[in-house]
Design a protein. Structure first.
Length: 273
């Protein structure tokens, strides 16, 4: 068993290296809620790295993600997970290989929430990898964005209820996650097509339709925020949402993304509000 203080330090360092966007708002949280959300982010990032890997075949991704989903349904078997990834250990990043550590780092009281949500996400990611992410309808897009982002929203809501006695609407929580993901899809639309041959845009949709989808879900995210009455949790949720709104506006103005200065200004504004 790794020393918990050492594991905490390592986890926060990996978190900082993998996502500045979420590292900052996670630092706003306190005590077990901070540890739970950090562990949840790392666990979900672990399976995301499998789904997004450039060299693994879709069939391999499907097998790895489904097997991981099953392992997460019970007390996590670290040795079985290590054996599962062993043939690909030199290809996968640290965050994926250390899933067992992130679950160990997670407080016992919230571990079931994190494992259950990550298990469902792994299943959905595997399903979409098998289908080569072929989105053809609005229903397809809703299904994909539910698994890769809506589940983040519902998991966070469960954690808010567990750790801060905050009750939120499940559909709005899904909208929160979907809204952030829709902005990512818009931002990476051309790269996904050019580099992966994948489009998350339903048949017949224009880029304007995708903008409308993002706006629809970000509006739900705005409503989701109204149920949150704890400042630290509000700060956590507000920053990614503010960045999503401003990134969407930048793209609608013809820019690819926000500038670094705009991002830094947004972080300052959220903290000062």
């Amino acid at each position: 068993m790794k020393d918990q203080k050492k594991l905490y330090k390592e986890a926060m360092q990996v978190l900082k290296e993998t996502s500045r966007t979420f590292y900052i708002p996670i630092t706003f949280l306190k005590n077990d809620l901070k540890l739970s959300v950090a562990a949840a982010y790392l666990a979900m990032r672990a399976i995301d790295e499998i789904e997004d890997h450039e060299e693994l075949s879709n069939d391999v991704k499907y097998d790895l993600l489904n097997a991981t989903s099953e392992l997460l349904k019970d007390t996590f078997n670290a040795e079985a997970y290590e054996a599962l990834l062993a043939p690909y250990a030199d290809q996968l990043p640290e965050v994926a290989l250390r899933l067992a550590d992130w679950l160990t780092f997670c407080p016992e009281g919230s571990r079931k929430i994190v494992q259950s949500s990550t298990s469902e996400m792994a299943y959905g990611m595997g399903k979409w990898a098998k289908a080569n992410w072929q989105v053809h309808t609005r229903e397809d897009l809703d299904d994909y964005t539910y698994y890769v982002a809506g589940l983040v929203g519902t998991m966070l809501s469960e954690l808010w209820a567990w750790g801060a006695d905050i009750q939120t609407d499940r559909d709005l929580a899904i909208g929160y996650g979907r809204g952030l993901q829709a902005v990512n899809i818009l931002r990476n639309q051309h790269e996904d097509m050019d580099e992966r041959g994948v489009s998350f845009v339903p048949d017949g949709w224009t880029r304007e339709d995708l903008f409308a989808y993002a706006e629809e879900n970000l509006a739900k995210a705005d409503l989701y925020m109204k149920d949150i009455n704890k400042r630290t949790v509000l700060l956590f949720c507000r920053l990614p949402l503010a960045l999503a709104h401003k990134t969407l506006k930048a793209m609608q103005d013809g820019r690819e993304k926000m500038s670094r200065a705009e991002v830094e200004q947004t972080v300052e504004e959220v903290q000062a509000d």
